[in-house]
Design a protein around this ligand. Structure first.
Ligand SMILES: Cc1ncc(COP(=O)(O)O)c(C=O)c1O
Length: 451
């Protein structure tokens, strides 16, 4: 007689997987993973049947939500048709995806180089910019993340870079349009005045570096993991204008902000600015399979009509991933997820404002569409962060543990608590999950009161 099959428990799966796994961004003994077994919409379940609301869309990537049969079926159908073709071949899905992407990217950005993730997209964009301009330097910001491979981590400005330094040569920093903490912001500044100071700082950096040595200015259109820094109106237009003046290429990293996350197809659409290149990944396939793309304009593409592009990946234009992307774009369109992100984004912004009004530990809330975060402080007057810039402290881990215990998964690091649900979220779901965040913030308030 066959032994009865029982599903392994969370504890068993964690123990077996941990025995042979090497986890990212962690001291290995400290990891405490969830054993995820299935997902649907905004929720996923662990091996013990516990349900979690996914307030971070996993890694800010499952834009369409979990378990969408339309994408799963498209992946299966592609597997039946053709699982793989080398990067130098064309496939039916490659032809179809190029057309679908060109229809949603900003005008003029209609040639696509495919890779496997955000980091390689940014590195290849830098290679392209250097090739086109014959210049070497890249201006990138401090409060930024562009990926973890050697070049991308050098482009990254946040502390995740430190362990990999000195890294790639030629990266120069400029300041972020971060009104809440920027030294460039003076109390009472209008947006226009603050933008002017930010743009002047870029101009001054270019003067010091020599604009003729700068290939590209790189930015996350809206900063993601470093705290949802939404640029004030005029900023992006101003950077575009500076780039044009000096023949510098503008690269917008939309790995996190692309595919509806901000309530528009791409973050740049909010300001009608068209960069020379957009890098994308995450929402491109909603992470159903790994894929990145760089959308480039004619200036970039024309250079490489005659000049060899020295870059490539075995999995470039992998048909399975392209099929996932094509199906994802159709789901976003069919379900009007860009519109829903804009509508639910307004609800989320109101809920974030309510949390700020309720809790003295909330120094600032920022969001655009369904990309949001709370910035927690010990003191609203001094803005002293609730955790150091390098992370740690004891309060933020307590908040993360409370949320997890109460069935909410999200990204909590440094003094930031992120709110990035899948774009299919409903108002009722948003209210329910934010009520749990509201309860968790009592722990943060206690740290304020104890001061
Ligand atoms: C803005 C941004 N760029 C690049 C990356 C790197 O993407 P990947 O992890 O796919 O290499 C990330 C990942 O979080 C990101 O948020």
């Amino acid at each position: 007689m066959l032994a009865e099959q029982t599903s392994p428990s969370s504890a068993e799966l964690v123990a077996r997987a941990k025995a042979h796994s090497f986890f990212s961004w962690s001291a290995q003994d400290a990891v405490n993973p969830i054993a995820a077994v299935r997902g649907e919409g905004c929720h996923f379940w662990d091996a013990d049947g516990k349900r979690y609301f996914d307030l971070n869309s996993q890694s800010m990537c499952m834009n369409i939500g979990h378990g969408d049969r339309r994408v799963i079926d498209a992946i299966k159908a592609q597997a039946d048709e053709l699982v793989y073709a080398g990067p130098g071949m064309v496939t039916r899905v490659r032809a179809e995806l190029g057309e679908a992407l060109a229809a949603v990217t900003p005008p003029g950005l209609d040639h696509f180089f495919y890779g496997t993730g955000g980091a390689d997209a940014n590195e290849n964009a830098v290679k392209m910019a250097r090739g086109v301009t014959g210049r070497h330097k890249i201006l990138a910001r401090y409060r930024s993340y562009h990926g973890a491979t050697f070049g991308a981590i050098t482009l990254t400005g946040d502390p995740r870079r430190w362990a990999s330094e000195p890294g790639m040569s030629g990266v120069v920093r400029y300041y972020d349009p971060y009104k809440y903490r920027s030294l460039l912001y003076r109390e009472g500044d209008s947006d226009a005045e603050f933008v002017r100071r930010c743009l002047d700082q870029i101009e001054e950096t270019l003067m010091f570096e020599g604009p003729h040595t700068v290939a590209a200015i790189l930015m996350e259109t809206v900063t993601g993991t470093n705290g949802v820094i939404v640029p004030p109106d005029g900023y992006l237009q101003g950077v575009r204008e500076i780039c044009d003046r000096y023949g510098i290429l503008l690269i917008c990293d939309e790995v996190m902000t692309g595919f509806g996350r901000t309530g528009a197809w791409f973050g740049v659409d909010h300001w009608q600015v068209v960069p020379d290149m957009i890098t994308m990944a995450k929402g491109l396939t909603s992470a159903y399979l790994p894929l990145s793309a760089i959308a480039v304009n004619d200036r970039v593409f024309d250079h490489f009509r005659k000049n060899v592009f020295y870059g490539g990946l075995t999995y470039s234009a992998h048909p399975m991933s392209l099929a996932a992307a094509l199906a994802t774009i159709r789901v976003i369109e069919e379900d009007d997820l860009v519109g829903n992100a804009a509508r639910m984004g307004r609800v989320m912004a109101d809920l974030l404002d309510e949390l700020k009004a309720e809790h003295p530990s909330v120094g600032d809330v920022r969001s655009i569409g369904l990309l949001g975060c709370l910035e927690l402080v010990k003191d609203r007057g001094t803005k002293e962060p609730l955790a150091p810039y390098t992370g740690g402290g004891d309060v933020m881990p307590k908040i993360a543990a409370y949320l997890r215990e109460h069935g909410v998964y999200t990204y909590v690091w440094r003094n930031l608590l992120h709110t990035n649900p899948p774009l299919c979220v409903t108002e009722a779901e948003l209210r329910e999950v934010m009520a749990i965040v509201n309860d968790a913030l009592v722990l943060a308030d206690a740290a304020v009161e104890e001061k």
